[in-house]
Design a protein around this ligand. Structure first.
Ligand SMILES: *[C@@H]1O[C@H](CO)[C@@H](O)[C@H](O)[C@H]1NC(C)=O
Ligand SMILES: *[C@@H]1O[C@H](CO)[C@@H](O)[C@H](O)[C@H]1NC(C)=O
Ligand SMILES: *[C@@H]1O[C@H](CO)[C@@H](O)[C@H](O)[C@H]1NC(C)=O
Length: 233
């Protein structure tokens, strides 16, 4: 039984890495995903039960049952985002789960009630990916000898956290990066990276680029020209 279970998890991982929008092994917030559920047996199947363990719900919360003549019936909450797309006669309880949110992250188990062998189950892990909201802001410091912030690049509310780095061009060696991050209660992380340096007039107009990468999106590059207000004496 352990072996079967393990195999299924492996299949699941392979499935995630080959067939969803994002290659990394998660499901993009708001998109849909297949929750696979199938068994090969000659036993008689009387019911397929779907339960989940997610944050904010009791363990093993039953959300859907599928019976031969009645078909799928939703429990109290009636979450119609779960669509039964399998085939009871083929012992296939596969669901199409659409419009996933952060609260849906967790494990999903389908249980076959079989005669005479009893119950057998299959587990899928659902990991939700959230792309960051990106922004590049520049300051316009006055020319001077003190280190000040020149620009800040932000990757907000990303899951997993985004990587933020700079391509400093001609300012390489003259400026440094300072990274900050905050983790939010909903599991996302906001990352800020600030370029700091002494604002010299030779910096004015120089191009810098901020590179944001995350599992949930393609690499994004934001660019700006550093602005330094010159003092005219
Ligand atoms: C189970 O049903 C799904 C959805 O229709 C289908 O994609 C999948 O191939 C089926 N699995 C098997 C083993 O028949
Ligand atoms: C799953 O549902 C989504 C949203 O309704 C739909 O776009 C997609 O084609 C469905 N996939 C399958 C395999 O039924
Ligand atoms: C997660 O929490 C942050 C901070 O409160 C919020 O800005 C963001 O929109 C939330 N993300 C989702 C997907 O709910």
């Amino acid at each position: 039984l352990f072996c079967l279970h393990f195999q299924f998890l492996l299949c699941d991982l392979m499935f995630f890495s080959c067939c969803t929008v994002v290659q990394s092994g998660g499901v993009l917030l708001g998109s849909s995903t297949i929750l696979p559920c199938h068994i090969n047996t000659n036993d008689r199947l009387s019911q397929i039960t779907w339960q989940r363990t997610i944050k904010g719900k009791a363990l093993d919360d039953v959300f859907l049952t599928i019976q031969p003549t009645i078909g799928p019936s939703y429990s109290n909450e009636k979450d119609f985002r779960f669509e039964f797309i399998g085939n009871f006669n083929n012992k296939n309880g596969t669901l199409n789960f659409s419009d996933v949110t952060l609260n849906d992250e967790g494990s999903y188990t389908c249980i076959f009630s079989l005669f005479p062998s009893g119950k057998q189950s299959r587990v899928s892990q659902l990991v939700i990916l959230v792309p960051p909201i990106t922004n590049l802001m520049d300051y316009t410091p006055l020319e001077g000898n003190e280190e000040v912030p020149l620009a800040t690049c932000t990757a907000a509310a990303s899951k997993p956290k985004a990587d933020v780095r700079w391509i400093k061009g001609s300012l390489e060696g003259k400026v440094r990066e300072e990274l900050k991050e905050t983790q939010h209660a909903n599991g996302t992380t906001t990352t800020w990276s600030t370029l700091l340096g002494k604002p010299g007039r030779e910096m004015n107009g120089q191009l810098v680029k901020c590179v944001i990468s995350s599992e949930a999106m393609k690499e994004e590059i934001l660019e700006t020209n550093i602005q330094v207000h010159c003092k005219y004496l």
